[in-house]
Design a protein around this ligand. Structure first.
Ligand code: ATP
Length: 265
């Protein structure tokens, strides 16, 4: 579904932030991108979906076709992104924002308007993300976590086959983080949605992703299943901190914790 070949990208000429990154994500896979702050994770998503402001080399294929061959509407029907930046017009209601997710499905004609089906999809996405209770509220009046869920509903309303998420659990409390990841997993398993998620929480990545990749200083350091990747010495070399790995009591997947400094002394 996604093939990234030897991609280098940066914001200034001759200063790459990403260096020679290659990876492939299978259809219906949940792939997590991990790495320290500033390692290039967000730049990676931009290099795939929005490279016009980047100095970039290498190739990106989405569903077997070069990313450059998609026009804006085609790309927005194939992929959606939940980004960290909430660049949304302030005086829109929740419903209006989620309806924007249906825009790529409207024709170019002057009299094209949203159809009954679009409104039904919007309601379905609002329900899935637990946003129905504030459907008529203004986006600007919501909490950070509620805004995050509305923007996920908008991304889902695009009915994408490939969904990118940049720290989707940012702003969410533990209940809503778990609910969001459960929903993503359900969409992956039932609908075959392909998911590429930047996650800072190694434990959630371990429990939900099929494969993980570690980025450091713009390079892909390692890739694989959680049992292979969440290794204490590898994590120390990437994050520069001592971490302790143990197994989840039910899932048998690695869970990462640490010993606070004051206990060690
Ligand atoms: N628009 C920009 N112009 C110039 N440099 C940028 C821009 N956006 C990001 N950078 C730089 O690129 C590097 C990688 O940033 P990026 O946001 O991709 O990292 P990240 O891994 O997503 O970080 P975080 O985990 O903190 O969100 C950083 O050094 C950052 O300062």
């Amino acid at each position: 579904m996604l093939k990234v070949c030897n991609v280098s990208a940066g914001y200034r000429k001759g200063r790459p932030i990403l260096e020679d990154v290659s990876l492939e994500v299978e259809k219906g896979e949940f792939y997590a991108l991990l790495g320290p702050n500033g390692s290039g994770k967000t730049t990676f998503i931009k290099a795939i979906l929005d490279s016009k402001h980047l100095y970039m080399s290498g190739n990106v294929e989405i569903a077997g076709k070069s990313a450059h061959q998609y026009n804006t509407e085609e790309l927005a029907r194939m992929t959606a992104v939940l980004s960290q930046e909430h660049a949304v017009s302030l005086d829109f209601t929740v419903e209006q924002i989620v309806l924007l997710g249906r825009y790529p499905y409207q024709g170019k004609g002057l009299f094209n308007t949203y159809k009954k089906e679009d409104y039904a999809i919007v309601d379905e996405c609002l329900e899935k993300t637990n946003c129905l209770p504030f459907k008529h509220k203004y986006f600007q009046d919501l909490s950070g976590g509620e805004k995050q869920r509305v923007l996920l509903a908008k991304a889902l309303a695009q009915s994408p086959r490939l969904l990118f998420l940049d720290e989707p659990t940012n702003h969410l409390d533990i209940k809503h983080s778990i609910e969001l990841l459960n929903l993503l997993k359900e969409l992956q398993l039932k609908n075959g949605l392909t998911i590429v998620a930047i996650l800072h929480d190694l434990n959630l990545a371990s429990l939900y992703a099929d494969r993980l990749a570690l980025l450091k200083d713009g390079k892909k350091i390692a890739e694989g299943e959680a049992n292979l990747l969440l290794d204490e010495s590898l994590l120390k070399s990437v994050y520069g901190v001592e971490l302790v790995s143990s197994l989840h009591p039910v899932m048998g997947k690695p869970q990462i914790s640490f010993i606070p400094e004051y206990v060690k002394n």
